[in-house]
Design a protein around this ligand. Structure first.
Ligand code: 5GP
Ligand code: ZN
Length: 136
């Protein structure tokens, strides 16, 4: 897609610090990392977000995420890794080409992915679960 920065990076038109590449994906270091070694996995084909993605692309992505996460852990000896994927502006998506974040984490590193917890009224969770299930 024209003027999509991640299309250009994924397809090598713009250089990037690449940690992995295959026929379908490129994984790069995030330019503004939450921690050093924060990686983004980009499909080479332009896909806006998770709900528009092809199942085949998604099936291929998770083993790559696993492999890269293992390599991040081995390289940085971090204590954990967040795998994140934002869909829509309200959810924090700022680049509208599907990407999966892998963020190295350390005990008490101060990186926050916070939310305030909510609660359900009696019976509300079961009702909502049923409604979501009806839309699968
Ligand atoms: P989002 O907020 O859409 O989930 O994540 C977009 C990510 O892409 C951000 O973490 C941002 O730092 C990163 N990013 C945006 N533009 C570039 C770029 O040109 N190069 C690289 N390597 N990362 C980028
Ligand atoms: Zn794109």
């Amino acid at each position: 897609m024209e003027n999509c920065i991640f299309c250009k990076i994924a397809n090598g038109e713009i250089p990037s610090a690449t940690v992995y590449e295959d026929a379908n994906f490129r994984a790069i270091l995030d330019i503004a990392p939450a921690a050093k070694g924060h990686v983004l996995l980009l499909p080479k084909a332009h896909i806006k977000n998770l709900t528009e993605a092809d199942d085949a692309v998604l099936s291929a992505a998770l083993p790559v995420v696993k492999r890269i996460s293992g390599a991040i852990g081995k390289t940085l000896s971090c204590d954990g890794i967040n795998v994140l994927q934002n869909n829509g502006e309200a959810a924090g998506q700022s680049v509208f080409h599907l990407h999966i974040h892998m963020i190295p984490r350390y005990v008490a590193d101060g990186v926050t992915i916070p939310w305030e917890t909510k609660s359900y009224e009696d019976g509300e969770a079961a009702e909502l679960a049923e409604k979501i299930a009806e839309n699968l």
